[in-house]
Design a protein around this ligand. Structure first.
Ligand code: SF4
Length: 333
C-alpha cells in the first residue's frame, strides 16, 4: 500500500483584492479581486517530482508560494505530513521552513550582491544551526561540490558568476539546510536555453541522490516532461488535468493540455512551433467565465460547458481530467 501523501493540497483558494478605485468606490461598486486559485486539490508523495504547468496567470506561482507559506491560503488547506501548515507555530513552523525550501525564479535578484558565496551559504547553515561553527567551511566546500561549482567560488560575489552558476548557488543555499522538499518556481526560465538543461539535469541528479521531493513549476513542457514523475496542468487557478507524465504527454485528455502540447517548442530550434498555446485570449481572472473556465477558447465547447463546471474525473488512460467530454469519448481537438 502506498504511504500517505507527504503534502496534501486540499481545495485551496487564494484571492488577491485589487486596489479599490475611487470611481468604483464613489459608485458604490464592490472591490474587485483576482481569484488566483479556485479549489486546487492534489497530493505530493515523498521522493517524487511533480511538475506544475500552465500559461502565465494560471496560478502556478501562487500555488508554489502557498506551498512554502509565502502566501497563506484563503480557503482550503495544505497539509504537510498530515498537519495543516497554516496552524504550525514555534519549533514546528521553523522545522517546516527548513524542510520545505523554495528556489526562486530569478537568480539575479535572489542572492545578496554584497555577500560572498561563503557568507551566503554560511548564513543559511548558521540560521538553522546545521553545523558547529568549526565545520561550516568544510560543509560549504561540500555544497559547492554537490552543485558542481569549483571550490574557489566561495570567495566570489554573485555578480562574478553566469546566470546558470548563480542558480547553482541558489540551489546550494537551499540544500544547506538539508530540506526534504524543493519547490522550484520557473527555475531556469531566466537562463539561456543551452544552460537550462544543465541546471535541470542537476536538479534531477539531486532528486535521485538525496531522495528529495520536488515541485517543479514551469511553463516549458519539455522541461516538465524531462524531470517530472507526475504532471499537474492548471488553467485559471484550477487543476484541469493530472496524472503520470508519460500518460499525459502521450494521451492528453483535456483540450487545454492538447493545445499546450501542440504549441510546445521543439528542442531543435529549426522545428520550433510558434502556434499559440490556445486560441483567443486568457480570460481575466477578475471575471471568470461560468461553467468550464476554458469554454471561451475551447473548439469543442457546448452549451453544457458554458453552464456547468466539469469536475476532475478518471480518463480511460487512468489519469484525471476536468472536461465534460472525458466521460463520453476520447477528446481530440
Ligand atoms: Fe472544452 Fe467543454 Fe471540455 Fe471545457 S468541458 S474543456 S469547454 S469540451
Amino acid at each position: 500500500m502506498r504511504e500517505p501523501a507527504l503534502i496534501s493540497v486540499e481545495d485551496v483558494g487564494k484571492v488577491f483584492p485589487m486596489t479599490h478605485s475611487l470611481l468604483r468606490y464613489m459608485r458604490g461598486m464592490p472591490q474587485l479581486s483576482v481569484n488566483a486559485l479556485n479549489g486546487v486539490s492534489f497530493d505530493i508523495h515523498r521522493g517524487e517530482t511533480v511538475g506544475i504547468v500552465g500559461e502565465s496567470g494560471c496560478g502556478k506561482s501562487t500555488l508554489a508560494r502557498c506551498l512554502v507559506r509565502l502566501h497563506d491560503c484563503d480557503s482550503g488547506q495544505i497539509r504537510f505530513e498530515g498537519k495543516d501548515i497554516a496552524a504550525l507555530e514555534g519549533t514546528a513552523r521553523r522545522q517546516f521552513n527548513r524542510r520545505v525550501q523554495m528556489i526562486f525564479q530569478d537568480p539575479y535578484s535572489s542572492l545578496n550582491p554584497r555577500m560572498r558565496v561563503r557568507q551566503i551559504l554560511g548564513e543559511a547553515l548558521s540560521v538553522h544551526r546545521m553545523r558547529p561553527k568549526a565545520a561550516i567551511p568544510t560543509r560549504i566546500a561540500e555544497l559547492l561540490d554537490i552543485v558542481r561549482l569549483p571550490s574557489d567560488a566561495a570567495d566570489k560575489f554573485p555578480h562574478e558568476f553566469s546566470g546558470g552558476q548563480r542558480q547553482r548557488i541558489g540551489i546550494a543555499r537551499a540544500l544547506a539546510v538539508e530540506p526534504e522538499v524543493l519547490v522550484a518556481d520557473e527555475l531556469v526560465s531566466a537562463l539561456d536555453v543551452s544552460v537550462q538543461a544543465q541546471v535541470v539535469n542537476l536538479l534531477l541528479r539531486l532528486q535521485e541522490e538525496l531522495g528529495l521531493t520536488v515541485v517543479f513549476v514551469a511553463h516549458d513542457l519539455r522541461l516538465v516532461r524531462h524531470i517530472s514523475h507526475r504532471v499537474v496542468v492548471m488553467y485559471l487557478g484550477r487543476v484541469v488535468e493530472i496524472g503520470p507524465t508519460e500518460r499525459i504527454f502521450s494521451a492528453p485528455a483535456h483540450p487545454y493540455t492538447q493545445a499546450l502540447l501542440a504549441a510546445a517548442p521543439e528542442m531543435d530550434p529549426r522545428r520550433r512551433n510558434t502556434a499559440p498555446a490556445a486560441r483567443g485570449e486568457l480570460p481575466s481572472p477578475l471575471n471568470l467565465p461560468p461553467g468550464c473556465a476554458f469554454s471561451t477558447r475551447c473548439p469543442l465547447a457546448t452549451d453544457r460547458c458554458r453552464a456547468e463546471r466539469p469536475a476532475l474525473r478518471a480518463t480511460e488512460n487512468g489519469h484525471m481530467a476536468a472536461c465534460h467530454l472525458v466521460d463520453t469519448h476520447a477528446v481530440t481537438a
